[in-house]
Design a protein around this ligand. Structure first.
Ligand code: MG
Length: 161
């Protein structure tokens, strides 16, 4: 088996009033939140897809279809934990994660450590191996206009055998 595998994840959700803004399992104090079937945690979804992708195990929609009432308002950290378990069962461990959240108008830097610690806890990793970066879209496009948020993630898996 190949010793190392990398995976790429991307996600986007609409920003609306009246919904919580949850990023990496941490609730952010903001006037708008992310809309979706689950809790719409755009960062958790990107990292989940990156893990699944690196392990060659499909994508988040395959494992947690948004047509399934079971996942209505679901805590997306359970998707992340499940993806890690699938990758582990397939013979991999997560080496490190790098991620970016792109969101206009909400200051996120103060939440960085909390998000890294939360993701580390779910994935049973050291927080030093989890990077979370924040960017705006410079006011351009749907993200820049505050209509949506996006996240990107890359993950490195190492074969356990
Ligand atoms: Mg999503």
């Amino acid at each position: 088996m190949t010793k190392y595998r990398i995976g790429l994840g991307w996600d986007s959700h609409r920003l609306v009033e009246g919904k919580p803004l949850v990023l990496g399992g941490v609730t952010i104090d903001a006037p708008v939140g992310l809309d979706g079937h689950s809790d719409a945690d755009v960062l958790a979804h990107a990292v989940t897809d990156a893990i699944l992708g690196a392990a060659g195990l499909g994508d988040i929609g395959m494992h947690f279809p948004d047509t399934d009432p079971q996942w209505k308002d679901a805590d997306s950290l359970q998707f992340l934990a499940h993806a890690e378990k699938l990758a582990c069962d397939a013979g991999f461990r997560v080496v490190n994660i790098d991620s970016t959240v792109i969101l206009q108008n909400v200051k996120l830097a103060a939440y960085r450590d909390a998000i890294r610690n939360k993701v580390a806890e779910v994935l049973k990793m050291h927080h030093e191996n989890i990077s979370v970066k924040f960017k705006t879209a410079e006011g351009v496009g749907p993200v820049g206009e505050g209509k949506s948020a996006e996240s990107q993630a890359v993950v490195l898996l190492q074969s356990k055998y």
